[in-house]
Ligand binder design. Structure first.
Ligand code: ATP
Ligand code: MG
Length: 419
Protein backbone atom coordinates (compact mmCIF):
# COMPACT_ATOMS: atom_id res chain seq x y z
CA UNK A 1 0.00 0.00 0.00
CA UNK A 2 1.07 3.63 -0.14
CA UNK A 3 3.02 6.05 2.02
CA UNK A 4 2.27 9.73 1.46
CA UNK A 5 4.61 12.27 3.00
CA UNK A 6 2.60 15.15 4.37
CA UNK A 7 5.45 17.52 3.49
CA UNK A 8 4.80 16.64 -0.17
CA UNK A 9 1.02 17.01 0.01
CA UNK A 10 0.21 20.31 -1.71
CA UNK A 11 -2.82 20.93 0.49
CA UNK A 12 -2.40 22.75 3.77
CA UNK A 13 -4.65 22.53 6.80
CA UNK A 14 -6.22 25.80 7.92
CA UNK A 15 -7.25 27.11 11.30
CA UNK A 16 -10.33 28.87 9.95
CA UNK A 17 -12.90 27.98 7.34
CA UNK A 18 -13.99 30.68 4.84
CA UNK A 19 -16.27 33.21 6.54
CA UNK A 20 -19.11 32.55 4.08
CA UNK A 21 -19.16 28.80 4.77
CA UNK A 22 -21.76 27.97 7.39
CA UNK A 23 -22.07 24.18 7.05
CA UNK A 24 -20.03 22.16 9.53
CA UNK A 25 -19.24 19.45 6.96
CA UNK A 26 -17.73 21.93 4.49
CA UNK A 27 -15.93 23.89 7.24
CA UNK A 28 -14.13 20.80 8.48
CA UNK A 29 -13.48 19.40 4.99
CA UNK A 30 -12.01 22.72 3.85
CA UNK A 31 -9.89 23.13 7.00
CA UNK A 32 -8.57 19.57 6.68
CA UNK A 33 -7.69 20.04 2.99
CA UNK A 34 -10.27 17.61 1.60
CA UNK A 35 -12.24 20.09 -0.50
CA UNK A 36 -11.95 23.58 -1.95
CA UNK A 37 -14.92 25.88 -2.26
CA UNK A 38 -15.22 27.62 -5.62
CA UNK A 39 -18.57 29.31 -4.90
CA UNK A 40 -21.88 28.51 -3.25
CA UNK A 41 -22.79 24.91 -4.00
CA UNK A 42 -19.62 24.26 -6.01
CA UNK A 43 -16.78 22.31 -4.43
CA UNK A 44 -13.56 20.74 -5.73
CA UNK A 45 -12.19 17.54 -4.27
CA UNK A 46 -8.53 17.63 -3.26
CA UNK A 47 -6.22 14.59 -2.82
CA UNK A 48 -7.50 13.62 0.64
CA UNK A 49 -11.10 14.10 -0.51
CA UNK A 50 -10.52 11.99 -3.62
CA UNK A 51 -9.16 9.17 -1.46
CA UNK A 52 -12.31 9.20 0.71
CA UNK A 53 -14.52 9.37 -2.39
CA UNK A 54 -12.73 6.42 -4.00
CA UNK A 55 -13.29 4.32 -0.87
CA UNK A 56 -16.99 5.20 -0.81
CA UNK A 57 -17.37 4.55 -4.53
CA UNK A 58 -15.53 1.24 -4.12
CA UNK A 59 -18.06 0.11 -1.51
CA UNK A 60 -20.97 1.26 -3.68
CA UNK A 61 -19.55 -0.55 -6.73
CA UNK A 62 -19.12 -3.80 -4.79
CA UNK A 63 -22.70 -3.70 -3.58
CA UNK A 64 -24.19 -2.74 -6.96
CA UNK A 65 -22.13 -5.39 -8.75
CA UNK A 66 -23.27 -7.96 -6.17
CA UNK A 67 -26.91 -7.47 -7.23
CA UNK A 68 -25.95 -7.75 -10.88
CA UNK A 69 -25.53 -4.07 -11.71
CA UNK A 70 -23.45 -3.34 -14.84
CA UNK A 71 -21.49 -0.10 -14.80
CA UNK A 72 -21.74 2.53 -17.53
CA UNK A 73 -20.86 6.20 -17.77
CA UNK A 74 -23.33 8.37 -19.65
CA UNK A 75 -22.70 11.89 -20.88
CA UNK A 76 -23.78 14.82 -18.74
CA UNK A 77 -24.95 16.62 -21.91
CA UNK A 78 -28.64 16.12 -22.59
CA UNK A 79 -30.56 16.18 -25.85
CA UNK A 80 -33.76 18.26 -25.39
CA UNK A 81 -35.68 16.05 -27.84
CA UNK A 82 -35.35 13.02 -25.54
CA UNK A 83 -36.63 15.00 -22.57
CA UNK A 84 -39.52 16.57 -24.50
CA UNK A 85 -40.89 13.03 -24.99
CA UNK A 86 -41.52 12.77 -21.24
CA UNK A 87 -42.39 16.47 -20.85
CA UNK A 88 -39.41 16.99 -18.53
CA UNK A 89 -37.57 19.56 -20.70
CA UNK A 90 -40.07 22.23 -19.61
CA UNK A 91 -38.77 24.55 -16.85
CA UNK A 92 -42.30 24.69 -15.48
CA UNK A 93 -42.11 20.93 -14.88
CA UNK A 94 -38.45 20.64 -13.80
CA UNK A 95 -37.30 23.72 -11.90
CA UNK A 96 -33.60 22.92 -11.53
CA UNK A 97 -32.28 22.51 -15.09
CA UNK A 98 -28.99 24.01 -16.12
CA UNK A 99 -29.46 24.64 -19.84
CA UNK A 100 -26.97 25.93 -22.34
CA UNK A 101 -26.87 27.00 -25.97
CA UNK A 102 -24.92 25.24 -28.68
CA UNK A 103 -22.65 27.43 -30.84
CA UNK A 104 -24.02 25.49 -33.79
CA UNK A 105 -27.56 26.43 -32.77
CA UNK A 106 -30.06 24.75 -30.47
CA UNK A 107 -29.96 23.88 -26.80
CA UNK A 108 -28.43 21.28 -24.50
CA UNK A 109 -29.16 20.46 -20.88
CA UNK A 110 -26.80 19.35 -18.13
CA UNK A 111 -28.26 16.12 -16.73
CA UNK A 112 -29.89 16.23 -13.28
CA UNK A 113 -30.81 12.52 -13.55
CA UNK A 114 -30.63 9.95 -16.38
CA UNK A 115 -33.90 8.02 -16.80
CA UNK A 116 -34.58 9.43 -20.27
CA UNK A 117 -31.21 8.93 -22.03
CA UNK A 118 -30.69 5.47 -20.50
CA UNK A 119 -34.18 4.29 -21.45
CA UNK A 120 -33.52 5.56 -24.98
CA UNK A 121 -30.13 3.78 -25.03
CA UNK A 122 -31.58 0.49 -23.79
CA UNK A 123 -33.91 0.37 -26.81
CA UNK A 124 -30.83 -0.79 -28.75
CA UNK A 125 -30.27 -3.69 -26.37
CA UNK A 126 -33.61 -4.94 -25.03
CA UNK A 127 -36.07 -6.57 -27.39
CA UNK A 128 -36.97 -9.94 -25.89
CA UNK A 129 -37.92 -11.42 -22.50
CA UNK A 130 -34.51 -13.11 -22.75
CA UNK A 131 -32.88 -9.68 -22.37
CA UNK A 132 -34.53 -9.17 -18.95
CA UNK A 133 -34.05 -8.47 -16.12
CA UNK A 134 -31.10 -6.06 -16.31
CA UNK A 135 -29.65 -3.47 -13.94
CA UNK A 136 -27.39 -0.65 -15.12
CA UNK A 137 -25.63 1.92 -12.97
CA UNK A 138 -23.13 4.73 -13.08
CA UNK A 139 -21.31 7.03 -10.70
CA UNK A 140 -21.56 10.28 -12.56
CA UNK A 141 -21.73 14.05 -12.25
CA UNK A 142 -25.17 15.59 -11.95
CA UNK A 143 -26.10 19.27 -12.24
CA UNK A 144 -28.99 20.86 -10.42
CA UNK A 145 -29.75 24.54 -10.24
CA UNK A 146 -30.61 24.30 -6.55
CA UNK A 147 -32.22 27.48 -5.21
CA UNK A 148 -30.46 27.24 -1.86
CA UNK A 149 -27.03 25.74 -1.36
CA UNK A 150 -26.27 26.19 2.32
CA UNK A 151 -25.60 22.59 3.37
CA UNK A 152 -22.00 22.40 2.18
CA UNK A 153 -21.22 19.38 0.04
CA UNK A 154 -24.47 17.76 1.13
CA UNK A 155 -26.25 19.95 -1.45
CA UNK A 156 -24.09 20.82 -4.42
CA UNK A 157 -25.15 22.44 -7.70
CA UNK A 158 -22.74 19.94 -9.22
CA UNK A 159 -22.45 16.63 -7.36
CA UNK A 160 -21.89 12.94 -7.83
CA UNK A 161 -24.72 10.49 -7.95
CA UNK A 162 -24.68 6.75 -8.18
CA UNK A 163 -27.80 6.13 -10.20
CA UNK A 164 -28.93 2.63 -11.03
CA UNK A 165 -31.89 1.70 -13.22
CA UNK A 166 -33.54 -1.69 -13.39
CA UNK A 167 -35.39 -3.19 -16.35
CA UNK A 168 -37.79 -6.08 -15.74
CA UNK A 169 -40.50 -7.97 -17.60
CA UNK A 170 -43.19 -7.37 -15.03
CA UNK A 171 -43.99 -6.07 -11.57
CA UNK A 172 -43.18 -9.32 -9.76
CA UNK A 173 -39.75 -9.57 -11.37
CA UNK A 174 -39.20 -5.89 -10.58
CA UNK A 175 -40.16 -6.28 -6.92
CA UNK A 176 -37.75 -9.18 -6.47
CA UNK A 177 -34.90 -6.98 -7.72
CA UNK A 178 -36.16 -3.99 -5.72
CA UNK A 179 -35.85 -5.97 -2.48
CA UNK A 180 -32.31 -7.04 -3.37
CA UNK A 181 -31.42 -3.41 -4.14
CA UNK A 182 -32.87 -2.34 -0.78
CA UNK A 183 -30.60 -4.82 1.01
CA UNK A 184 -27.62 -3.59 -1.03
CA UNK A 185 -28.43 -0.05 0.10
CA UNK A 186 -28.49 -1.09 3.75
CA UNK A 187 -25.10 -2.73 3.19
CA UNK A 188 -23.67 0.47 1.70
CA UNK A 189 -24.84 2.68 4.58
CA UNK A 190 -23.68 0.18 7.19
CA UNK A 191 -20.28 -0.18 5.54
CA UNK A 192 -19.66 3.59 5.35
CA UNK A 193 -20.42 3.95 9.07
CA UNK A 194 -23.99 5.26 8.89
CA UNK A 195 -25.80 2.02 9.74
CA UNK A 196 -26.92 3.13 13.20
CA UNK A 197 -28.29 6.50 12.08
CA UNK A 198 -29.86 5.70 8.72
CA UNK A 199 -33.53 4.78 8.46
CA UNK A 200 -35.54 3.27 5.67
CA UNK A 201 -38.14 5.99 5.22
CA UNK A 202 -41.47 5.90 3.46
CA UNK A 203 -41.82 8.92 1.19
CA UNK A 204 -44.04 10.04 -1.64
CA UNK A 205 -43.92 7.57 -4.48
CA UNK A 206 -44.76 9.56 -7.55
CA UNK A 207 -47.37 8.20 -9.92
CA UNK A 208 -47.09 4.43 -9.69
CA UNK A 209 -46.42 3.01 -6.25
CA UNK A 210 -47.89 4.46 -3.12
CA UNK A 211 -44.46 5.10 -1.61
CA UNK A 212 -40.86 5.42 -2.58
CA UNK A 213 -38.20 4.42 -0.10
CA UNK A 214 -35.71 6.99 1.07
CA UNK A 215 -32.68 6.28 3.20
CA UNK A 216 -32.55 9.13 5.69
CA UNK A 217 -29.62 9.74 8.03
CA UNK A 218 -30.47 11.55 11.23
CA UNK A 219 -28.51 14.80 11.61
CA UNK A 220 -29.31 18.33 12.72
CA UNK A 221 -27.77 19.43 9.41
CA UNK A 222 -30.49 17.61 7.45
CA UNK A 223 -33.11 19.56 5.54
CA UNK A 224 -35.84 16.92 5.85
CA UNK A 225 -38.06 16.00 8.78
CA UNK A 226 -38.82 12.35 9.45
CA UNK A 227 -40.83 10.47 12.06
CA UNK A 228 -39.01 7.42 13.38
CA UNK A 229 -40.74 4.37 14.75
CA UNK A 230 -37.87 3.25 16.98
CA UNK A 231 -38.99 -0.31 17.60
CA UNK A 232 -39.40 -0.96 13.88
CA UNK A 233 -36.27 0.97 12.82
CA UNK A 234 -38.37 2.53 10.08
CA UNK A 235 -39.40 6.13 9.45
CA UNK A 236 -42.00 8.16 7.59
CA UNK A 237 -41.14 11.38 5.78
CA UNK A 238 -43.09 14.40 7.03
CA UNK A 239 -44.42 14.91 3.49
CA UNK A 240 -46.55 11.74 3.80
CA UNK A 241 -46.93 11.52 7.61
CA UNK A 242 -50.69 11.15 8.12
CA UNK A 243 -52.86 8.98 10.37
CA UNK A 244 -53.87 6.99 7.30
CA UNK A 245 -50.27 6.23 6.33
CA UNK A 246 -49.33 5.26 9.92
CA UNK A 247 -52.25 2.83 9.98
CA UNK A 248 -51.44 1.54 6.48
CA UNK A 249 -47.91 0.69 7.55
CA UNK A 250 -49.04 -0.74 10.88
CA UNK A 251 -46.50 1.36 12.77
CA UNK A 252 -48.56 2.24 15.82
CA UNK A 253 -48.39 5.76 17.24
CA UNK A 254 -45.01 5.96 18.90
CA UNK A 255 -42.82 8.22 16.75
CA UNK A 256 -39.82 10.46 17.31
CA UNK A 257 -39.43 13.54 15.12
CA UNK A 258 -35.93 14.11 13.74
CA UNK A 259 -34.04 16.19 11.20
CA UNK A 260 -32.45 14.02 8.53
CA UNK A 261 -30.69 14.08 5.19
CA UNK A 262 -31.72 11.86 2.29
CA UNK A 263 -28.61 9.84 1.40
CA UNK A 264 -30.41 7.46 -0.94
CA UNK A 265 -33.72 6.92 -2.65
CA UNK A 266 -35.21 3.89 -4.42
CA UNK A 267 -38.21 4.18 -6.67
CA UNK A 268 -40.58 2.04 -8.68
CA UNK A 269 -40.94 3.79 -12.03
CA UNK A 270 -43.20 1.10 -13.56
CA UNK A 271 -43.71 1.79 -17.28
CA UNK A 272 -43.71 5.59 -17.12
CA UNK A 273 -40.47 6.00 -19.09
CA UNK A 274 -40.70 2.87 -21.22
CA UNK A 275 -44.20 3.91 -22.36
CA UNK A 276 -43.10 7.45 -23.19
CA UNK A 277 -39.90 6.45 -24.98
CA UNK A 278 -41.05 3.13 -26.47
CA UNK A 279 -38.85 0.65 -24.59
CA UNK A 280 -40.64 -2.65 -25.19
CA UNK A 281 -39.89 -6.37 -25.31
CA UNK A 282 -41.55 -9.46 -26.78
CA UNK A 283 -42.71 -11.97 -24.18
CA UNK A 284 -42.68 -15.78 -24.59
CA UNK A 285 -45.86 -15.64 -26.68
CA UNK A 286 -44.56 -12.88 -28.95
CA UNK A 287 -46.71 -10.20 -27.38
CA UNK A 288 -45.08 -6.71 -27.24
CA UNK A 289 -45.02 -5.24 -23.73
CA UNK A 290 -43.48 -2.20 -22.03
CA UNK A 291 -40.42 -2.82 -19.83
CA UNK A 292 -41.05 -2.39 -16.09
CA UNK A 293 -38.48 -0.05 -14.50
CA UNK A 294 -37.05 1.10 -11.18
CA UNK A 295 -34.47 3.72 -10.19
CA UNK A 296 -32.01 3.73 -7.30
CA UNK A 297 -29.94 6.79 -6.26
CA UNK A 298 -27.15 7.43 -3.76
CA UNK A 299 -25.12 10.63 -3.41
CA UNK A 300 -21.42 9.77 -2.85
CA UNK A 301 -20.44 13.41 -2.27
CA UNK A 302 -23.45 13.92 -0.02
CA UNK A 303 -22.30 10.82 1.88
CA UNK A 304 -18.90 12.40 2.55
CA UNK A 305 -20.64 15.43 4.05
CA UNK A 306 -23.08 13.28 6.02
CA UNK A 307 -20.30 11.16 7.54
CA UNK A 308 -18.50 14.33 8.63
CA UNK A 309 -21.68 15.86 10.08
CA UNK A 310 -22.70 12.79 12.04
CA UNK A 311 -19.34 11.51 13.31
CA UNK A 312 -17.12 14.58 13.83
CA UNK A 313 -16.29 15.71 17.35
CA UNK A 314 -15.06 19.06 18.69
CA UNK A 315 -11.51 18.30 17.53
CA UNK A 316 -12.31 17.49 13.93
CA UNK A 317 -13.36 14.78 11.53
CA UNK A 318 -13.74 11.13 12.60
CA UNK A 319 -13.58 8.79 9.59
CA UNK A 320 -14.78 5.20 9.90
CA UNK A 321 -12.00 2.81 8.89
CA UNK A 322 -13.80 1.80 5.72
CA UNK A 323 -13.69 5.27 4.16
CA UNK A 324 -10.69 6.92 5.84
CA UNK A 325 -8.17 8.49 3.42
CA UNK A 326 -5.37 6.53 5.13
CA UNK A 327 -5.34 3.70 7.67
CA UNK A 328 -2.74 5.28 9.90
CA UNK A 329 -1.39 8.77 10.52
CA UNK A 330 2.27 8.43 11.46
CA UNK A 331 3.26 11.62 13.25
CA UNK A 332 6.97 12.27 13.65
CA UNK A 333 8.00 14.46 16.57
CA UNK A 334 11.51 15.79 16.01
CA UNK A 335 11.56 14.99 12.29
CA UNK A 336 14.51 17.37 11.86
CA UNK A 337 16.69 14.78 13.62
CA UNK A 338 18.10 12.40 10.98
CA UNK A 339 17.87 9.22 13.09
CA UNK A 340 14.23 9.94 14.03
CA UNK A 341 13.34 10.70 10.40
CA UNK A 342 15.06 7.53 9.14
CA UNK A 343 13.35 5.41 11.79
CA UNK A 344 9.95 6.92 10.92
CA UNK A 345 10.40 6.20 7.22
CA UNK A 346 11.32 2.62 8.04
CA UNK A 347 8.17 2.20 10.18
CA UNK A 348 6.06 3.78 7.42
CA UNK A 349 7.50 1.38 4.84
CA UNK A 350 6.96 -1.61 7.16
CA UNK A 351 3.32 -0.62 7.77
CA UNK A 352 2.82 -0.26 4.05
CA UNK A 353 4.23 -3.77 3.48
CA UNK A 354 1.69 -5.01 6.05
CA UNK A 355 -1.05 -3.64 3.79
CA UNK A 356 -1.79 -0.24 5.29
CA UNK A 357 -1.99 3.20 3.70
CA UNK A 358 0.16 5.62 5.68
CA UNK A 359 0.10 9.39 5.92
CA UNK A 360 3.54 10.29 7.27
CA UNK A 361 3.63 13.67 8.98
CA UNK A 362 7.27 14.55 8.40
CA UNK A 363 6.60 18.29 8.33
CA UNK A 364 8.79 20.74 10.13
CA UNK A 365 6.07 21.96 12.48
CA UNK A 366 5.32 22.29 16.20
CA UNK A 367 4.12 19.17 18.03
CA UNK A 368 0.83 20.78 19.03
CA UNK A 369 0.13 21.74 15.45
CA UNK A 370 0.85 18.23 14.19
CA UNK A 371 -1.36 16.55 16.79
CA UNK A 372 -4.11 19.10 16.19
CA UNK A 373 -3.95 18.45 12.45
CA UNK A 374 -4.12 14.69 13.02
CA UNK A 375 -7.34 15.20 14.99
CA UNK A 376 -8.72 17.54 12.31
CA UNK A 377 -7.94 15.16 9.42
CA UNK A 378 -9.51 12.29 11.35
CA UNK A 379 -7.57 9.17 10.33
CA UNK A 380 -8.72 6.33 12.66
CA UNK A 381 -5.28 5.55 14.12
CA UNK A 382 -2.51 7.96 15.07
CA UNK A 383 0.97 6.64 15.75
CA UNK A 384 3.58 8.99 17.20
CA UNK A 385 7.29 8.45 16.67
CA UNK A 386 9.78 10.46 18.70
CA UNK A 387 13.15 10.09 20.43
CA UNK A 388 11.19 8.96 23.47
CA UNK A 389 9.36 6.16 21.65
CA UNK A 390 12.61 5.12 19.98
CA UNK A 391 14.30 4.87 23.39
CA UNK A 392 11.46 2.63 24.58
CA UNK A 393 11.64 0.54 21.43
CA UNK A 394 7.90 1.06 21.00
CA UNK A 395 5.35 3.21 19.18
CA UNK A 396 2.80 5.54 20.76
CA UNK A 397 -0.59 4.64 19.31
CA UNK A 398 -3.96 6.26 19.80
CA UNK A 399 -7.29 5.60 18.13
CA UNK A 400 -8.83 8.86 16.90
CA UNK A 401 -11.67 8.72 19.44
CA UNK A 402 -9.68 7.26 22.38
CA UNK A 403 -8.85 9.47 25.35
CA UNK A 404 -5.26 8.38 25.81
CA UNK A 405 -2.40 6.93 23.82
CA UNK A 406 -0.58 3.73 24.74
CA UNK A 407 2.86 2.36 24.01
CA UNK A 408 2.81 -0.63 21.68
CA UNK A 409 5.25 -2.75 19.77
CA UNK A 410 5.11 -2.66 15.98
CA UNK A 411 3.29 -6.00 15.92
CA UNK A 412 0.74 -4.76 18.42
CA UNK A 413 0.08 -1.71 16.24
CA UNK A 414 -0.43 -3.99 13.23
CA UNK A 415 -2.87 -6.09 15.30
CA UNK A 416 -4.75 -2.98 16.41
CA UNK A 417 -4.98 -1.77 12.81
CA UNK A 418 -6.34 -5.11 11.68
CA UNK A 419 -8.98 -5.45 14.39
P1 ATP B 1 -33.26 16.23 -1.94
O1 ATP B 1 -34.68 15.92 -1.56
O2 ATP B 1 -32.32 16.20 -0.79
O3 ATP B 1 -33.14 17.47 -2.77
P2 ATP B 1 -33.65 14.55 -4.16
O4 ATP B 1 -34.87 13.85 -3.69
O5 ATP B 1 -33.82 15.65 -5.12
O6 ATP B 1 -32.81 15.05 -2.90
P3 ATP B 1 -32.81 12.34 -5.79
O7 ATP B 1 -33.31 12.94 -7.04
O8 ATP B 1 -33.55 11.23 -5.17
O9 ATP B 1 -32.59 13.49 -4.71
O10 ATP B 1 -31.26 11.96 -5.99
C1 ATP B 1 -30.67 10.74 -5.56
C2 ATP B 1 -29.60 11.00 -4.54
O11 ATP B 1 -28.65 11.97 -5.00
C3 ATP B 1 -30.12 11.58 -3.24
O12 ATP B 1 -30.60 10.55 -2.41
C4 ATP B 1 -28.89 12.26 -2.68
O13 ATP B 1 -28.08 11.31 -2.00
C5 ATP B 1 -28.16 12.74 -3.91
N1 ATP B 1 -28.41 14.17 -4.17
C6 ATP B 1 -29.54 14.74 -4.65
N2 ATP B 1 -29.39 16.06 -4.78
C7 ATP B 1 -28.12 16.36 -4.37
C8 ATP B 1 -27.37 17.56 -4.28
N3 ATP B 1 -27.87 18.72 -4.66
N4 ATP B 1 -26.09 17.47 -3.80
C9 ATP B 1 -25.57 16.29 -3.43
N5 ATP B 1 -26.23 15.12 -3.50
C10 ATP B 1 -27.49 15.15 -3.96
MG1 MG C 1 -35.67 12.32 -3.22
Amino acid sequence: MTVTKQSHLFTKTRREAPADETAKNAQLLIRGGFVHKEMAGVYDLLPLGVRVLNKINGIIREEMNAVGGQEVHLSALQNPETWKTTNRWDDEVVDNWFKTELKAGGMLGLGFTHEEPLTELMKNHISSYRDLPRAVYQIQTKFRNELRAKSGIMRGREFLMKDMYSFSSNEAEHLAFYEKAKEAYFNVFRRVGLGETTYLTFASGGSFSKFSHEFQTVTEAGEDTIYISKENKIAINKEVFTDEVKKDLGLGDDFIEAKAVEVGNIFTLATKFSDALGLTYKDETGEVKPVFMGSYGIGPTRLIGTIVETLADDKGIVWPKSVAPYDVHLVVIGSEKPDVATHAEKIAADLSVQGFDVLLDDRDARTGEKLGDADLIGIPMRVVISEKTMAEGKLEAKARTADAASFMTFDEVVEALKS
